[in-house]
Design a protein around this ligand. Structure first.
Ligand SMILES: [Zn+2]
Length: 392
């Protein structure tokens, strides 16, 4: 194959061609064709997808200078038909062309050089060699890019010899190592002349608009995240759906959403603080109630309490009833917590006993001295655990 069909016309969606070679590459079938409209991954642009001879093309890769179409099934040698997943490709053409324009404007208007490009599934990014890019500059860059879009600047690809190339003012991140032969140039009329092997739109007008979303500092430069083309409306629709749900959840208008969320967060913090205080008081009362039973062995269970509650009860209980051994549990039988507390006069060390109780309760835990605590999945065996405690 000399120059692929997509290289000459990026808008071809079907091609009659010929399968010259077939084989297996790991778990995939592959085919090499006389010509192709499917772009092989490279230059920051992901590969195309489509079909070949009725099989789905899952991946397109250049292997030793030959383009392999990775397939989900076998195909026969000979004449065949190739179809392109146009929606995916057109999106790539928009993001890729948008990058050219963004790179050109960032360099010409602001003097920032692009050092990397990544075309993502939802968001793409470029890296600029400027360490400081504030919100104002980001908006100015976005304005400058968007003012070029409706101008409908023509985009063309052509090939030139090395000599011709050397005589042109080409913006490039450098030719690939070992490059020989002609050099493919992509021109956005009046804005940019660049070396590139990717697929591009015919006109900047097809971008519609380009939005700069966010920045990230890295290695002395700045990464800018952007979307363009159809992704702008897709993302807008996602934002609208999300804010509609937020309006409903917070019972507020768009303008009130942040204030309302912050108000509720503050309210929640305040309520949590009050709840902690009430629970501590309640745990103190429960400890006093248990201590008043004047039993050596005490067992208590609370279905809707948690470990911090058990800990507060235990702390109070061992002070009020120093001879006590207590088994405190909380939660559901198959998803609960347990705590063994012994008073200073109980004459009992809990670490070994605790492990035996944990085993009965189908859980794990740890502790030493007067407290052993853990999680349990068999709180229905509380009586059995108590039976063991009675024997010590
Ligand atoms: Zn390009």
């Amino acid at each position: 194959m000399t120059i692929a069909a997509h290289d000459k016309d990026a808008y071809l969606t079907e091609l009659e061609t010929e399968i010259l070679e077939t084989g297996r590459d790991g778990s995939h079938f592959f085919a090499v064709t006389a010509d192709t409209i499917l772009y092989a991954e490279g230059g920051g642009q992901p590969c195309d997808r489509g079909t070949l001879g009725g099989s789905a093309v899952l991946d397109v890769q250049q292997v030793d200078g030959v383009i392999r179409h990775m397939l989900d099934g076998p195909v026969d040698l000979g004449p065949t038909r190739m179809e392109l997943d146009w929606e995916r490709r057109y999106d790539h053409m928009q993001q890729h062309t948008g990058q050219h324009l963004l790179t050109a404007v960032a360099a010409d208007v602001f003097g920032w050089k692009t050092t990397a490009f990544h075309l993502g599934e939802r968001v793409s990014d470029i890296e600029l060699d400027t360490p400081d890019l504030g919100a104002n500059e980001l908006r100015r860059l976005e304005e400058a890019v968007n003012s070029e879009i409706p101008a409908g600047r023509t985009i063309r690809a052509r090939r030139v010899s090395r000599d011709q190339y050397n005589g042109l003012a080409v913006r490039t991140r450098g030719l690939p190592d070992g490059h020989t032969g002609d050099i493919r140039l992509v021109e956005i009329e009046g804005v940019d002349l660049n070396t590139c092997g990717g697929t591009h739109l015919r006109s900047t007008a097809e971008l519609g608009s380009l939005c700069l979303l966010d920045t990230e500092r890295l290695r002395g430069g700045t990464r800018i995240f952007f979307i363009t083309g159809g992704r702008v409306r897709t993302r807008m629709a996602e934002h609208e759906a999300r804010t509609a749900r937020l309006r409903q959840a917070l019972d507020a208008s768009n303008d009130q959403l942040i204030d309302e969320a912050e108000r509720r967060e503050a309210q929640l913090r305040s309520l949590s603080k009050k709840l902690r205080s009430v629970m501590n008081e309640l745990a103190g009362l429960e400890a006093a109630r248990l201590a008043s039973l004047s039993q050596r062995l005490i067992a208590a269970h609370w279905e809707d309490r948690d470990m911090p509650f058990l800990q507060t009860v235990a702390r109070n209980l061992v002070v009020e009833a120093p001879r006590t051994v207590a088994l405190l549990t909380a939660g559901a039988d198959d998803d609960g917590v347990f705590l063994i507390a012994t008073g200073s006069n109980a004459g009992l060390e809990v670490s070994e006993l605790g492990r035996a109780i944990a085993e009965i309760l189908g859980g794990r835990g740890g502790g030493h001295g007067s407290i052993f605590q853990g999680k349990a999945t068999r709180l229905d065996r509380r009586e059995e655990a108590l039976g063991l405690l009675e024997t010590v």
